[in-house]
Design a protein around this ligand. Structure first.
Ligand code: FA5
Ligand code: MG
Length: 443
């Protein structure tokens, strides 16, 4: 969370971000507002809805895909820098130099060579090159767009890649040792790349669709209607999009396909075939939790965030619209017991008594009772007074008390609370704090 404290700024000469400086040129179009969002890392904020989705996907892959010894075969990356080279974001994925997706109007460029990644696919080649066969990668991506309920210039994607050797792909096929991944005189058709055999492609495609169908079933249950639509990406062929039924319409949630062999070749994995997918975490979260507006993900409003404080990431939760009713503030102060007090005990106590009426609890102020006493000035008296002075210091040490003052914000989602009902709850909290936490009220 402290990454955002690193100074990002735009000066007349350069763009400074994540501790590095990028000289400006005619491609620079990133704004201060966008830079301020780099480092929020919503997908890494515990209990954030995007974090919950990410964790559920991780858990599903960890459990479902293990090696013979039981260890997960997919490794997960969620902390790779969002500043990438233009080469990573486009060239490494075989995206032609004149492809419309490179437009300055659609991307955030730091300068001619660097940009904020527009998709998590930007990291495919480097991760394959590092020797990985199976991985997931979650991250924030940046695209120039207007802002409304379903568009925000920053959103989050989860990328997945799985590679197969000849043996891995055909091991479970009868007489599989006679099959091969590649052929030399093949042609590119709607079904396959020139170099792949039809049997290799069909198995990879089947594994890809099965993996993603299982994932979506895990997240949404059996009822959700899904369908596959053929589409085009320069870095996969064949390519598909998955759509799900949402509010009477079809909503695209991911793109995927059989990886272009040229990409695998450039990553040093030319003897393997593989699939890749990229899904939108906000889209899934909106469907899963019923979040109506993509801007809410950026909210720092406790009324939004606290709805996702699940004990278990698999607990079900449906978003409740934020109440527009006014809050009531009440403070509570007490002396802490000599030992054994923790702030979280108090927060739990407040929530257990105040329930959903408590929107927020905040430590406002704390102080230690000042140790004020006058030291005798004369040497003579010092000798006589020393024993009693020491006793006094000891006594103060023992009664040296710490006071905390908390502000509790009360708010009901559906109506305006009255002072009177809040007073009753507040008093119950005061009493319970004295009884259960051993504090001494200053009410
Ligand atoms: C891509 O970004 C490809 N990199 C996906 C891919 C990966 C294809 C690997 C093949 C292999 P696309 O631009 O369609 O594709 O975005 C992928 C997903 O991100 C979409 O299906 C959608 O769920 C989500 N997404 C795209 N644009 C937005 C947006 N403006 N707001 C929210 N989610 C979006
Ligand atoms: Mg798409």
């Amino acid at each position: 969370t402290h990454v955002s404290c690193q100074k990002s700024q735009i000066t007349p000469e350069s763009v400074e971000i994540l501790g590095r400086s990028y000289p400006r040129d005619d491609m620079t179009n990133v704004t201060a507002k966008i830079l301020s969002l780099v480092g929020r890392d919503l997908h890494n904020q515990k209990h954030h809805p995007l974090w919950i989705i990410k964790e559920r996907i991780k858990e599903h892959f960890y459990r479902s895909y293990t090696s013979r010894t039981g260890t997960p075969i997919f490794s997960v990356y969620d902390n790779i820098s969002q500043v990438v080279t233009v080469e990573q974001n486009f060239d490494s994925l075989l995206i032609p130099k004149d492809h419309p997706s490179r437009k300055k109007g659609d991307n955030y460029y730091l300068n001619q060579t660097h940009m904020l990644r527009a998709h998590t696919s930007a990291h495919q080649r480097e991760l394959v090159r590092s020797g990985l066969d199976c991985f997931l990668l979650a991250g924030d991506v940046y695209r120039r767009d207007e802002i409304d309920a379903s568009h925000y210039p920053v959103f989050h994607q989860m990328e997945g890649v799985r590679l197969f050797t000849n043996h891995e792909l055909f091991a479970r096929v009868e007489n599989g040792e006679d099959l091969s991944l590649f052929e030399n005189s093949g042609r590119r058709t709607a079904q396959k790349q020139e170099i792949h055999t039809m049997e290799a492609v069909k198995l990879v495609e089947f594994n890809l669709k099965h993996t993603l169908t299982q994932l979506i079933r895990h997240l949404f249950g059996e009822e959700l209607e899904i369908r596959w639509v053929e589409c085009y990406f320069p870095f996969t062929h064949p390519s598909f999009e998955m759509e799900v039924r949402f509010q009477g319409d079809w909503l695209e949630v991911l793109g995927c396909g059989v990886m272009e062999q040229e990409l695998l070749h450039s990553a040093g994995a030319e003897n393997k075939v593989g699939w890749a997918f990229g899904l939108g975490l906000e889209r899934l979260a909106m469907v899963l939790f019923g979040i109506p507006d993509i801007r809410l993900f950026w909210s720092k409003d406790e009324r939004f965030l606290k709805q996702f404080h699940l004990t278990n990431i698999n607990d079900s939760v449906t978003f409740q619209a934020l109440g527009k009713y006014p809050p009531l503030f009440n403070d509570i102060s007490f002396w802490l017991p000599a030992e054994g007090y923790t702030e979280t005990d108090f927060y739990d106590l407040v929530r257990s008594i105040g329930g959903d009426l408590v929107e927020k609890v905040e430590l406002q102020d704390q102080f230690t009772h000042p140790n004020v006493w006058t030291v005798p000035q004369c040497g003579d008296c010092m000798v006589r007074c020393l024993p009693s002075l020491l006793l006094a210091v000891k006594a103060i040490g023992r009664t040296n008390k710490v006071s905390h003052c908390y502000r509790i914000v009360y708010r009901h989602m559906e109506r305006t609370l009255s002072q009177e009902e809040v007073r009753l709850i507040h008093q119950a909290i005061e009493q319970a704090a004295e009884q259960k936490l051993g504090v001494q009220g200053r009410f």
